[in-house]
Design a protein. Structure first.
Length: 84
């Protein structure tokens, strides 16, 4: 499980399945930043992981501040399924 900050909006919502660096990831939760007083493009702060990590996310069996964080452009993400 990790945090993925996506610069721009690739059109995904909670439950989306994306491909990043050859891995298929599920977006467990998305926070949209930058709509009011932010950068020129919105940012999506996504908690992503493999499908088998979904129960750990739902039960909060992780420490959010200990997750790895990566920032990418929306163009670097391949959307497999926009939402569930």
């Amino acid at each position: 499980m990790q945090k993925l900050i996506i610069r721009g909006d690739p059109g995904i919502r909670k439950g989306a399945i994306i491909e990043y660096e050859g891995e298929e990831l599920v977006c467990f939760g998305i926070n949209r930043q930058g709509d009011w007083h932010g950068p020129d493009r919105p940012q999506l702060w996504c908690t992503v992981g493999s499908a088998d990590e979904e129960k750990a996310y739902e039960r909060r069996q992780y420490i959010p501040m200990h997750l790895d964080v990566e920032a990418v452009d929306a163009e670097d993400i391949s959307v497999i399924q926009a939402n569930a």
